[in-house]
Design a protein around this ligand. Sequence first.
Ligand SMILES: *Cc1c(COP(=O)(O)O)cnc(C)c1O
Length: 235
Amino acid sequence: MNIIENISTIKNKIHNAEIKSNRPENSVKLMAVSKFHTVEEIKKAIDAGQILFGENRVQEACQKFEELYKYNPNIELHIIGNLQLNKVKKAVKIASCIQSVDRLELIEEIEKQCEKINKNINIFFEIHTAEDSKSGYTSEEDLFESLDLISKGKFPHIKTKGLMTMAPFTNDENLIRKSFVTLKNIQQNAKLKFPNLDLEELSMGMSGDFEIAIEEGSTLVRVGTAIFGERNYNK
Ligand SMILES: *Cc1c(COP(=O)(O)O)cnc(C)c1O
């Protein structure tokens, strides 16, 4: 795998997708999803100028990123995987953003742990838009309950950034697109209802579907396999 070449190829594809969909240049950020890949591989991506990384599992993220922050203090890490309450303390220490916020009790725990270490953190709300994903808010009502409490200032260490979703794993482009359109619609509704919250970002699109996601308004694509190659889950 030539990680440096892969990043350059993906950046070109992002650029072309921006042009194709009349989006401003550089309006889409690239996250390198480095789960299951080694510190050495991630360093190659950093050497290629990559700053933003995503990890699913807190334990793994801590093991790798304590060293990687020393390698380059400017890198940024987002947690993008399902988060258990007992992992929140470590998650808020190692990451600048939790993208997989999917329930109120998680927000309460994030606030509690951030208050303890006096740190502000960014969050995305993960939305369940496709059947084969397990995680995410499943109703707009639950999402709006969380947004309402945040907009009233109940969680001063938490700063909202936007919404996140995973499209279904399918070759059916219409189904994938539908999932992205759903996220965009929920974003529009949420922005109207909570104009004082920052909900501008749409984190959607992975290796197989990021160009479609950009056409549908993605501002941040999360790409793993197309940068680092297949993951070895048996390691
Ligand atoms: C693993 C993962 C990705 C990256 O998937 P690829 O298909 O390897 O690009 C993106 N988002 C989330 C939430 C993931 O868990």
